[in-house]
Design a protein around this ligand. Sequence first.
Ligand code: ADP
Ligand code: MG
Length: 332
Amino acid sequence: KGAVHRICAGQVILDLSSAVKELVENSLDSGATSVEVSLRDHGLDSFLVSDNGSGISPDNFEVLCLKHHTSKLTDFADLQSLTTFGFRGEALSSLCALGELTVETRTKKEAVASHLTFDHSGLLVSQESSARQVGTTVAMRKLFANLPVRSREFTRNIRKEYGKLISLMNAYALIAKGVRLVCTNTTGRNMKSVVLKTNGSGSLKDNIITVFGLSTFNCLQPVTIDVPGGCKVEGFLSKPGQGNGRNLGDRQFFFVNGRPVDMPKVGKLLNELYRGANSKQYPVAILNFDLPTGTCDVNIAPDKRKVFLSDENSILLALRDGFQQVYSLSSG
Ligand code: ADP
Ligand code: MG
């Protein structure tokens, strides 16, 4: 049973950034206005996500890390509205299977916090009182250490995994409104560096300037596209021929209802459009898909990053038209 659980867990938690993503999503779902991600040795040794959200009530401690335990899915309609991105109750149970998980949490009803440890099958193995403000810290040590092949791969690819994580944190920094975000990495004995820090007070425009700087922002133009089905796409695209060469790197960020996702087909569409004129162009795109309840249908891959829109072809066509208009208007 253990082995099967580990294999399934491996489908939800693919790598460092998907592990951290699950924890950050949980913090955001809990109503946090401050989320701190702390890595040790780029996440190889450990990582933790700390928030000032609702905290977890003691009634939930025993079941917290059991598969399919979730406090979020109350009815099927919720699944479609996607107001919270966690709805399957798999993240914490998967993380338990893949490393050493501890949780420290306190709700506003409790005078003290509780420090909880779980075993690889998600069972609560210890519970002690501790001191903490209202909120939750989930800490993960030794991700993949019990899976020799994955563990070696993780160690070998740590630079890449870390880069992917930073890109994810940038995505949150771009989109999160009213949430203060901090990401630190501690290496060696105690060399702590702040990788990212936002006060979370800004608009998308302010956030772009904070994360990428004014010169990048000046290369962008606003876009709004209404897609059939009630979905609205809003954000920024680079102006043709401006600052959008390779030097800007991989800067395409897509969101559904304010949560980062991968949309490879939309990225491809943009690349083709911009490269039509100049093969060296890699457009910058920061686009949020606003999908109100009961409009466009979305399906999400197990790791919740890849999003599939139902009626995808007509959406892609509408996007192509919209992008084309923005592109030709701004290229004169
Ligand atoms: P899901 O997010 O799909 O519900 P998870 O395994 O990610 O499943 O989390 C299980 C449950 O643990 C959540 O439904 C929530 O009740 C609780 N939880 C996890 N992280 C937090 C957090 N940071 N703050 C408050 N509650 C949390
Ligand atoms: Mg979750």
